[in-house]
Design a protein around this ligand. Structure first.
Ligand code: COA
Length: 166
């Protein structure tokens, strides 16, 4: 059995925001390996394909600080199944508000139950500078041509502009 601490940070990342990047940077200091996992949920319509979301994540995390190794993957099905496959003992999730906690807590407890106690969720509080960001607001602002620089990186902004004009 691996002695490395392995965690998975699952999400839609449609697209990755400065809020997600902050969580990734902080979480990679906590674990030897952090798998950033794009959920390819057929029932959720996304602006970016899972490959595009993965490419953006890879590009925008390249210059991030933090010590742990970053890996990237996409998955269908359950986070608990993915964690089992990756040998991850922890799920990372960011919390922006009490509303996030209310929706995250049942998921964290269910995942722990389904993994028979072998999978715990680590919550990182978003900093005040990112706690108002959400991917759906980013998509809405991009579609209307608004300013995005405080919400997403330049690379993501460019990808959003390309989508809007295609
Ligand atoms: N900063 C900025 N935005 C953040 C954020 C942060 N720190 N944390 C969350 N968000 C936002 C996202 O931008 C997104 O915004 P949107 O809803 O406006 O688009 C929203 O919060 C949630 O997105 P995300 O964090 O990507 O999660 P999700 O709700 O799309 O997916 C999963 C959550 C992937 C963990 C969950 O759906 C899952 O586990 N799916 C697999 C199936 C499964 O195992 N189900 C059983 C669960 S018990």
């Amino acid at each position: 059995m691996s002695t490395e601490s392995i965690a998975v940070y699952p999400g839609s990342f449609d697209p990755v925001t400065r809020g997600h990047l902050e969580i990734i940077e902080r979480a990679r200091d906590l674990f030897d390996v952090l798998h950033v996992a794009v959920v390819a949920n057929p029932s959720k319509e996304c602006l970016f394909s899972s490959d595009e979301r993965l490419d953006l994540l890879r590009a925008e995390t390249a210059a991030l600080g933090g010590s742990g190794k970053l890996e990237f993957t996409s998955f269908e099905g359950l986070t608990v199944q993915l964690a089992g496959k990756l040998g991850a003992r922890w799920i990372v999730r960011g919390l922006r508000s009490g509303a996030d906690l209310a929706s995250e807590l049942p998921m964290a407890l269910t995942n722990r139950e389904c993994a028979e106690g072998e999978l715990d969720t680590v919550f990182l509080p978003a900093s005040p500078g990112t706690s108002f960001i959400s991917s759906s607001l980013v998509r809405e602002i991009a579609a209307a041509g608004g300013r995005l620089d405080s919400l997403v990186t330049g690379g993501v902004e460019e990808a959003l502009r390309k989508k809007s004009s295609s």
